[in-house]
Design a protein around this ligand. Structure first.
Ligand code: ZN
Length: 363
């Protein structure tokens, strides 16, 4: 049985650190990134998302997240043009690694190709971006990314970088401390004028807009812009819900309804921290049952048409027990089939496929 995972960080391991742009990276940052990657993004010393794991895992594909931490950490709110060059270099990196798999894994660059690979039970990736700061402050770069086959763009991310205000996405970090770490953010902002322009360009170039990581205000402004682009679904590719895990990062019932209202989809994250309440974090429940609770809540609010999986594996998370590397995705698939027999196809790939067909033009 096939799976479309909307969000997995394959490029984290394509080259270290994940960039080949000009200028180089300070040794201290390399060390920090190496330590974080090793501690959080590996199981028994190996990446959780790699070509080897893909080949063992469920047939199907994953949104392969283009993200270079060096373009976001230790920066300020002024957009950096180099960030876009780094993004293009990362696309090159991923594609050359995939080419070296000799067809075992492929890159889907449009929805028709993706459908064909899914139907043939092949393994594939499709590009997506996490953080619109990677456009380097130039809305004209949106069309360039679209022409490289990027399927969706997460507008906000961890820190305010001149585009959109971000919800605290650091586990156990008090909101006051997050504010101190994110001094350029004014919570009254939402989207900046440049952010508004970028979001409109994403819609115009027929990539899908993703509201994960936005503050409520930034998310509300994206939905306002979405009204100018009827028929374009808005998604949250990897997230939890406040009803089960009450954090600002997670989706309110209102946000769930707004996403559903555009025909969009919510990819349920496979990270326990965003699937259980703050007072349940120590010795709390783990494993597939907490994934099911979030799925059930979205179904109760908006129906089964708006649920998918967005694992976030290797996105600096500790995954739920039972699906800790990509090789274990068959266990996740079997568990969802057993728990939601009538809706498993929709959750595992059908809804994601519908949304990508509706909102992504591709090349
Ligand atoms: Zn994320």
């Amino acid at each position: 049985m096939a799976l479309i995972d909307l969000h997995a960080h394959f490029p984290m391991h394509t080259r270290f650190p994940p960039r080949v742009g000009s200028g180089g990276v300070a040794e201290g940052k390399k060390l920090e990134f190496w330590a974080a990657n090793l501690l959080l993004n590996s199981a028994a010393g190996r990446p959780r998302v790699s070509l080897t794991e893909f080949e063992v895992g469920s047939p199907g594909g994953a949104g392969s997240v283009l993200y270079d931490p060096d373009d976001e950490f230790f920066r300020d709110a002024t957009p950096r043009p180099e960030a876009f060059q780094n993004l293009l270099a990362q696309i090159d990196n991923v594609e050359s690694e995939i080419a070296a798999s000799h067809g075992a894994v492929q890159v889907a660059k449009n929805p028709a190709e993706l459908s064909r690979l899914l139907g043939a039970e092949q393994r594939f990736l499709f590009h997506c971006m996490e953080g619109a700061f990677a456009f380097g402050g130039d809305p004209a770069n949106v069309a360039v990314a679209a022409a490289r086959g990027v399927a969706y763009v997460i507008v906000a991310h961890l820190f305010f970088r001149g585009v959109a205000t971000c919800a605290n996405a650091f586990p156990f970090l008090p909101d006051e401390l997050f504010a101190a770490l994110n001094p350029d953010q004014n919570d009254q902002t939402g989207l900046t004028p440049m952010g508004e322009e970028i979001v409109s360009e994403i819609f115009r170039n027929r990539m899908v807009v993703d509201v994960t990581h936005c503050t409520d205000r930034a998310r509300g402004e994206i939905f306002r812009i979405a009204r100018n682009f009827p028929g374009s679904p808005v998604i949250s590719s990897h997230n939890g819900v406040r009803h089960e895990s009450n954090y600002p990062l997670n989706l309110s019932d209102d946000a769930i309804r707004q996403i559903a209202g555009t025909g969009g989809v919510i990819g349920v994250i496979l990270y326990p921290h965003w699937l259980r309440h703050p007072d349940e974090q120590i010795f709390g429940a783990d494993g597939f049952p907490i994934v099911f609770k979030t799925i059930q809540h979205i179904a109760d609010v908006a129906g089964f048409d708006h649920i998918a999986i967005g694992s976030d594996l290797d996105g600096f998370i500790t995954p739920v027990k039972g699906c800790e590397t990509y090789a274990q995705t068959p266990a996740l698939v079997a568990a969802i089939q057993a728990r939601f027999p009538k809706n498993a196809d929709q959750i595992l790939f059908g809804n994601a496929l519908r949304v990508l067909n509706a909102g992504w033009k591709g090349v």
